[in-house]
Design a protein around this ligand. Structure first.
Ligand SMILES: [Zn+2]
Length: 299
């Protein structure tokens, strides 16, 4: 009963919003692979799109079990967006299962990606969004794809994209100004998996993590032992949990090294609407504030 009432309270404003938007066409039906990307598509699309995120809030975008309703959402989508670079390993299977005929737009195309060696293989780091400089490339790709799908709304997409690019520049400047207050040799933290490489590259922070760039891989005992040695040698004092990942391993390493908890970072998934990271903008500022507070305390 409660859930039905909730459903109606969500649906009614949505219906009202639909009926009062553009007199021209119905909003474009869009699917995005995960919440961070869905938010950016909403920022660019505005009232002219309805966006469904396949992976939900606090969900892990690497490992995902799509449901029949995800297949239906994809099947009826006019445009589908993925980040790419190996993030959504489950997407091809979902495309075949859903009968979707289009090809998803890969928004990370054009970003200068990081590659690293993982167990003898060169892998690409898919976590591009943790630098707002990279998200500007997403915005350009999203604007182009939406304008192609709904040419009548191209001017609106352009206006929205331009105003969001300004917000991304502000986020970048904010991170630079906050991180610059921390001495370079104190910018070191421990996280669950290697998801902050682009953030580290942009703002000069060293992130240590037991698990590689995908949560699908597992750290070996030797990896963990090496990391504990490195944390002690480099005097890393703070560790962080992630909203979408298992905290056990990072907690175990912290215990072995004496690192203190710094809080919960939103690395690859937004919070729900009531949480502190309901949009990308909020997520990024929240992470910067949490990281800076912890590093300042550890100095
Ligand atoms: Zn990840």
């Amino acid at each position: 009963m409660i859930s039905r009432r909730l459903l109606f309270s969500v649906m009614i404003p949505a219906l009202v919003a639909l009926s009062t938007t553009s007199a021209s066409a119905a909003p474009l039906k869009v699917v995005a692979s995960f919440t961070v990307l869905a938010d950016i598509v909403r920022q660019v699309g505005g009232d002219h799109v309805t966006v469904t995120s396949l992976v939900g809030p606090n969900g892990d975008p690497h490992e995902f079990e799509p449901s029949p309703s995800d297949a239906r959402a994809l099947n009826s989508a006019q445009v589908a967006f993925v980040s790419g670079e190996g993030l959504e390993g489950w997407m091809d299977r979902l495309i075949s299962a859903s009968g979707y005929h289009g090809k998803p737009v890969v928004v990370s195309e054009g970003i200068k990606v990081r590659t690293m060696d993982e167990d003898g293989q060169t892998v690409t780091d898919p976590h591009v969004w943790n630098s707002p400089v990279n998200v500007k490339v997403w915005v350009a790709n999203i604007e182009q794809a939406l304008a192609k799908a709904a040419p009548a709304d191209a001017a609106a997409f352009k206006t929205n994209a331009e105003s969001y690019l300004k917000k991304l520049s502000a986020l970048d400047a904010y991170a630079h100004s906050k991180l610059e207050t921390i001495a370079a040799d104190h910018r070191k933290v421990l996280t669950s998996h290697d998801a902050f490489g682009y953030f580290g590259r942009e703002y000069g922070v060293q992130f240590l993590a037991p698990v590689g760039v995908s949560t699908e891989s597992e750290a070996s005992a030797a990896d963990v032992a090496r990391l504990i040695g490195q944390i002690k040698a480099e005097h890393v004092k703070t560790y962080f949990f992630e909203n979408s990942n298992d905290p056990r391993l990072v907690r175990q390493i912290a215990k072995a090294t004496g690192a203190e908890p710094g809080g919960e970072l939103y690395v690859e998934s937004l919070s729900d609407a009531k949480g502190p990271a309901a949009t990308y903008e909020k997520m990024f500022r929240y992470n910067v504030d949490l990281l800076v507070a912890a590093m300042a305390k550890a100095t």
